[in-house]
Design a binder for this molecule. Sequence first.
Ligand code: OAD
Length: 250
Amino acid sequence: MEQSLEQSAAWLKDARHVVVLTGAGISAESGIPTFRDAMEGYWSKYDPEELATPEAFERNPELVSRWYDERRQKVLGCEPNAGHRALAELESYLTARGAEFVILTQNVDGLHVRAGSQNVVEVHGSLLRWRSTRSGMESTELPMPLPSHPYPAPDGGLWRPGVVWFGENLPEEAVERAHAAILQCDVFISVGTSGLVYPAAGWPAAAKRSGAATIEINRDVTPLSPMFDLVIRGSAGQLLPALVRKVEQP
Ligand code: OAD
């Protein structure tokens, strides 16, 4: 593992364009449950499809609004962990040396931004930014908890969470930024994602086709593990700070 960290650090030191793809695994050590793990207690009787689709919100806006408002409160009660902070530090170190650095995250918890990362593309949206069903106006300032479920927006619509639901397209701008970054990147690191959900699951292979060195950091084996140039097994909260220390060594 030591050797893999050394090799990854060497690639990063030479890189001009770095892309880091993150998933639920990077937030696990902050105590954020993955979507399915979050379906506990009162919520265990529901399927994700009953809560995370546009049809669910049309059918039962009270239930869906309440569920996402609870998740928003939970997430704001959690803190970024050492893995998030290490990526923020890596960005600041590499960009100060003229490299470009972007995080593509599938997480909707906002923890990369709270850890200080600047260039973050939230490809599945954010639990912290809600938008009106009528005009698409957005807000990150809604009262917590919401005073009613659903909560009316000033334009006559209803506030819905700004996350991508099953059956919805990813935000176009986010996908364009992701594709542009992948085309250019020379190092691509995948952290804490199972590699099961597209389009993000296709990005490591796309980065490889672009000529990037590819690295996977994950606690477990994933279906994509065999295609990476380097696989480093372990927790993101331990491995990322160790990697950044090596990059910063003269
Ligand atoms: P998953 O829950 O599918 O995968 C999390 C991955 O992180 C797994 O491979 C774990 O082994 C790994 N892992 C867990 N703890 C870790 C740790 N401390 N350090 C390193 N790795 C760890 O989550 P995602 O891949 O993010 O989509 O799932 C992708 C998408 O599927 C989500 O964004 C969501 C879901 O359906 C939408 O809601 C649209």
